[in-house]
Write a protein that binds this ligand. Structure first.
Ligand code: HEC
Length: 107
């Protein structure tokens, strides 16, 4: 009994099929790339506390509504961005959401 774990470990070494394999799901939630320079700011500042899901799951918002959200991140949750960056990120988020929904709307 004393050597049971050793035997199991040796067996696992000999038989790789017993080795535990953990496959993580692919990371699919990401801010979509576009030419807006605030895209990079968004990657740098908006992934500090939570995933992009929070933004990607929002309903269609106007740029003003996106600005309310980025300002909430800045003022209530202390996201390290200036008010100007909050405004630029809001413009990027609005544009990115438009790019995503436009193909569906054209149908
Ligand atoms: C300092 C941490 C922090 C940073 C940085 C941050 N957030 Fe948040 N965010 C939060 C918290 C906390 C919540 C609220 C979570 C909850 O209600 O459960 C949240 C919620 C959200 C939501 C959900 C809607 C809402 O109004 O609550 C969106 C969208 C969002 N964040 C977008 C952003 C964007 C865009 C940025 C980049 C400007 C950003 N966040 C940066 C902390 C942060």
């Amino acid at each position: 009994m004393k050597y049971l774990s050793l035997i199991i470990a040796l067996f696992a070494l000999i038989n790789p099929a017993l080795a535990l394999e953990i496959k993580l799901p692919a990371e699919t939630s990401m801010y979509p790339a576009n030419a807006n320079p605030a895209y990079v700011t968004t990657l740098q500042k908006c992934l500090i506390c939570h995933s992009a899901d929070y933004a990607l799951y929002q309903p269609h918002l106007s740029e003003k509504e996106w600005f309310k959200i980025t300002e909430k991140m800045r003022l209530s949750f202390k996201a390290p961005i200036t008010q100007q960056e909050a405004s630029q990120i809001a413009a990027y988020l609005f544009q990115a959401q438009q790019d995503r929904v436009r193909p569906a709307r054209q149908k």
